[in-house]
Design a protein around this ligand. Structure first.
Ligand code: KIV
Length: 283
């Protein structure tokens, strides 16, 4: 796979070739995704829910995400890799944001970092770009703001809210972001944002008219069942297959079917005989 850069993604938008984006949190999944030719991997703070069992993304920290992001980069050297700025790593001040974003770039080999929000994060976005960190915006349902939004709810569903979101996208683009992820908004809103933008607009629940589609890999593979957002399409039932396989293993062990001869290490007959002799002289 040829290295995916910000230029590749821009070319895809211009050529109307849909961009594909998934999350990954570890080395094997990253390898699978690169083999499948996925353009973008986000090591998302959704790891808190999919992998660590929290009920929101808020407890995720830089120290938790860094080793996962390093593992993903090892497994997928050519994808466009995005580090996800955790809660309170960029909201306090621009200086802290630059330090934290710099860790994703220098320690993990990321191509960009993603942060949530519109007009309220413009100064931070500009500070990051001045510090040579490419930034991806995230608008619509922004999970780090669930306390403000009142839960995981679709956004931009009335005209005023939609207009504000469309303006936020323009402001982020003017501030210099290289791409925007648009989450859980009506297709009309996705269409306007994508048509007006010169940068790629990728949707996760933003309808079919955007420049690409993103899903959380645990959702689309059927590996997360706490809840399933409306925008998720399940492409496999891996969780069910895992439980099935584990049950077969358990029954096999109970019935003495595992291990069989082919799973055992051999010992030359002479050594086996010698051992039996030696054992006669021991307790
Ligand atoms: O953390 C995450 O996985 C996200 C998704 C919305 C892609 O930000």
């Amino acid at each position: 796979m040829k290295k995916v850069t910000v230029h590749t993604l821009l070319e895809k938008k211009r050529a109307k070739q849909p961009i594909t984006w998934l999350t990954a949190y570890d080395f094997p999944m990253a390898q699978f995704e690169e083999k499948a030719g996925i353009d973008i991997i986000l090591v998302g703070d959704s790891i808190g829910m999919t992998t660590f069992g929290y009920d929101s993304t808020l407890p995720v920290t830089m120290d938790l995400l860094i080793p996962h992001t390093q593992a993903v980069r090892k497994g997928a050297p050519n994808v466009f890799l995005i580090g996800d700025m955790p809660y309170m790593t960029y909201q306090v001040c621009a200086q802290e944001a630059v330090r934290n974003a710099g860790r994703f770039m220098a320690e993990c080999g990321c191509d960009a970092v993603k942060l949530e929000g519109g007009r309220e994060v413009l100064d931070t976005v500009k500070a990051l770009i001045r510090a040579t960190v490419p930034v991806v915006g995230h608008l619509g349902l922004t999970p780090q703001s669930i306390a403000m939004l009142g839960g995981f709810k679709a956004q931009g569903r009335d005209a005023d809210a939609a207009l504000r979101l469309i303006e936020d996208a323009r402001m982020l683009e003017e501030a210099g972001v290289c791409m925007i992820l648009l989450e859980a908004v009506p297709p009309e809103v996705g269409k306007v944002v994508a048509e007006r933008a010169g940068i790629p607009i990728v949707g996760i629940g933003a309808g079919p008219h955007v420049d690409g589609q993103c899903l959380i890999v645990h959702d689309m593979l059927g590996m997360f069942d706490a809840f399933t957002p409306k925008f998720v399409k399940k492409y496999a039932a891996i969780g069910e297959q895992i439980v099935k396989a584990l049950n077969v293993f358990k029954e096999d062990v109970k019935a003495g079917g595992f291990p069989a001869a082919e799973h055992c290490y051999g010992m030359p007959e002479a050594e086996s005989q010698k051992l039996r002799q030696l054992l006669k002289n021991t307790k």
